[in-house]
Design a protein around this ligand. Structure first.
Ligand code: SF4
Ligand code: SF4
Length: 187
């Protein structure tokens, strides 16, 4: 991997790597760059940095580049890398940690819609106890200001009953809300 001059200047920030290790509970130092995680990753073709590169960049303290990368949002949390890593580096927990950090620190990266999708999905679960696709989609459209794309498809799904007009009645939805309240602000 080659670094730009800006990246080279940031190398050596140990605080970032330390925080990622502590929050993820993963010993990144074990990684010896064998690439097994990246070769098995089903979305590696779409990532700007491969998973093994993200691990290396965290070790080097390249916080801004890592938190702005598309990789942390494209990770599909499939756990293939975790299962295959010969050194038990939990790449998935690292990706989770990096997403959390990006959200908490308000970092605007290359992927803008995926974080909004996550937020909208969780908002729906919090509100109804499970997802309500129609309200979720409408909210997502408003938040991303992309009102008209897929409109025809949405109408077709609605007419075929694939999208329910009313939110689901879920037993225990109050408990779900309570879980959200209890875990608010925790990482
Ligand atoms: S599989 Fe494990 S040791 Fe190999 S590059 Fe990935 S994280 Fe590092
Ligand atoms: S958990 Fe993420 S990084 Fe790991 S293999 Fe799956 S998609 Fe790739």
């Amino acid at each position: 991997m080659q670094f730009t001059s800006q990246q080279a200047q940031e190398i050596g920030n140990p605080t970032f790597a330390k925080s990622v290790k502590e929050i993820s509970g993963t010993t990144l130092d074990r990684c010896y760059q064998c690439l097994t995680c990246s070769l098995g990753c089903p979305v590696n073709f779409a990532m700007d940095y491969l998973p093994n590169q993200i691990i290396r960049m965290v070790q080097l303290g390249l916080k801004e580049q890592v938190l702005k990368s598309s990789t942390i949002w494209l990770c599909a949390t499939c756990e293939t890398c975790v299962a295959r890593c010969p050194n038990e580096v939990d790449v998935l927990r690292v990706m989770d940690t990096l997403r959390e950090m990006a959200l908490r620190e308000g970092v605007k990266g290359k992927e803008t819609i995926i974080p909004i999708f996550h937020e909208t999905f969780l908002g729906s679960i919090r509100q109804w106890g499970r997802q309500h696709e129609l309200s979720m989609l409408l909210l997502l459209k408003l938040k991303t200001r992309d009102i008209f794309s897929d409109l025809g498809l949405g109408v077709k799904m609605l007419l075929k009953g694939k999208l329910k007009l009313l939110p689901p009645g879920v037993k225990g939805s109050k408990d779900v809300k309570a879980i959200f309240e209890k875990t608010k602000g925790e990482m």
